[in-house]
Design a protein around this ligand. Structure first.
Ligand code: AMP
Ligand code: ZN
Length: 114
């Protein structure tokens, strides 16, 4: 989608530190990391928010979660615990309207999040 930052990173028009990609999912380092490991996992398909997910996207979200599990292991945060976060809407802190999972780890994580 034009003017979407994450579509730009997926297509290569905008520089991103991509750490994983397959036919449906791309993962890259967050530019402003909130933890020693902070990756963003996005579908190649432009979906703005969780509220825009359609019936036909259900398998895609299995792919995204499977990638999160693999990336947690590959980035050495699986044993100590890690978190996946999906902000939906500006009130929850969503600032980029291409759906993404945050994968955070490498430090103690408090609960509940702020
Ligand atoms: P959210 O606030 O949940 O929408 O998350 C958006 C995330 O995108 C934030 O953690 C930002 O630091 C991150 N971000 C913004 N611009 C870039 C970029 N060019 N490359 C990588 N991550 C980015
Ligand atoms: Zn997009």
């Amino acid at each position: 989608m034009a003017d979407c930052l994450f579509c730009g990173i997926i297509s290569g028009e905008i520089k991103g530190e991509i750490v994983y990609q397959d036919s449906s999912v791309v993962a890259f380092k967050d530019i402003n990391p909130k933890a020693p490991v902070h990756l963003l996992i996005v579908p190649r398909k432009h979906i703005a928010t969780l509220l825009d997910v359609e019936q036909g996207d259900k398998g895609l979200f299995g792919d995204i979660l499977f990638a999160a599990s693999k990336l947690a292991r590959d980035h050495g945060i699986s044993e100590d615990g890690f978190r996946v976060v999906l902000n939906c809407g500006a009130g929850a802190g969503q600032s980029v309207f291409h759906i993404h999972l945050h994968l955070l780890g490498g430090r103690a994580l408090r609960w509940p999040p702020g």
